[in-house]
Design a binder for this molecule. Structure first.
Ligand SMILES: NC(=O)c1ccc[n+]([C@@H]2O[C@H](COP(=O)([O-])OP(=O)(O)OC[C@H]3O[C@@H](n4cnc5c(N)ncnc54)[C@H](O)[C@@H]3O)[C@@H](O)[C@H]2O)c1
Length: 259
């Protein structure tokens, strides 16, 4: 493992995509700040003590808690090289039934949280003249998907934020990109599946590559965008990791005939 003294912060690191991202970045030699609402104990155990880890419990939608986390990071590491805005919540409900408080909560976690973290850690990165921010958006940030008005609007907004920060900060050494996963097998998906919103076959049939993404598929794309050598001139990009979902305008029988 290369020693590089670089530090990456991952929000929502206690499970799913966040946990796998922590493991992959640790494998590339990053020291880690692991944020979540609850202690990311299993994630830390899985890292086997290979890198320095700071636990930073905070709700990303709570500005005061984010500011505390910023102070913790400054005190422990003195700066931050990579910010992965991964924490997010799913929300499935017909648009006409969404209550205002529900809409606001989705926006607070999925869009305000990434903004306030980007603003605060972005200031640190701009001061250092380098940094990489990776926002975990979604295929739901690229196309409309029924019963997901709040979630899809939050992810479309996150892509807009990504492009705008890339435009503002690229000239000062801070790159900002997004990863757009298709459906990923995580606890989030288990919960949504459990609610009867869709079946495994619905997803597998929709994806040209015929399967769900794994957390590792997403984490490898994050690691690419995090690495200043591998993606030095990639800025403002939304990297689809969806097996071809967003590119595929085929009707179902045409797609399935090609398998
Ligand atoms: N699973 C999918 O199919 C899928 C597809 C596309 C995009 N995504 C996005 O990827 C990201 C991670 O998804 P996942 O499937 O690993 O989800 P998950 O629900 O399995 O894990 C999310 C983690 O974020 C944490 N979290 C939630 N709200 C938080 C908050 N306010 N502050 C701090 N931490 C918080 C949770 O405690 C949890 O540990 C999300 O932004 C999600 O929208 C997921």
């Amino acid at each position: 493992m290369p020693l590089m003294n670089k530090v990456a912060l991952i929000t929502g690191a206690a499970q799913g995509i966040g946990r796998r991202t922590a493991q992959v970045l640790a494998g590339r030699g990053f020291d880690l700040v692991l944020n979540d609402l609850h202690r990311p104990a299993e994630t830390i155990a899985s890292l086997g003590g290979k890198v320095e880890v700071l636990e930073a419990l905070a709700d990303v939608s709570d500005e005061a808690q984010v500011l505390r986390m910023v102070a913790q990071v400054r005190e422990r590491f003195g700066g931050l090289d990579v910010l992965v805005n991964n924490a997010g919540i799913s929300f499935i409900k017909p648009a006409e039934a969404i209550e205002s408080a529900e809409w606001k909560r989705v926006m607070e976690v999925n869009l305000f949280g990434p903004f306030v973290l980007s603003r605060e850690f972005g200031k640190m990165m701009l001061g250092a003249g380098s940094g990489s921010i990776v926002n975990i958006a979604s295929v739901a940030g690229l196309v409309g998907i029924g019963d997901r008005a709040a979630y899809n609007a939050s992810k479309h907004g996150l892509i807009g934020l990504t492009r705008t920060l890339a435009a503002e900060w690229g000239g000062r050494g801070v790159r900002v990109n997004a990863v757009c996963p298709g459906w990923v097998k995580t606890e989030m998906d288990e919960k949504d599946l459990g609610s009867g919103a869709y079946t495994d076959a619905d997803i597998e049939n929709r994806v040209p590559m015929g399967r769900f993404a794994t957390p590792d598929d997403i984490a490898q794309a994050v690691a690419f965008l995090a690495d200043n050598k591998q993606s030095a001139f990639v800025n403002g990009h939304c990297l689809s990791v969806d097996g071809g979902w967003a590119s595929d305008g085929s009707w179902d029988s045409l797609r399935l005939k090609k398998r």
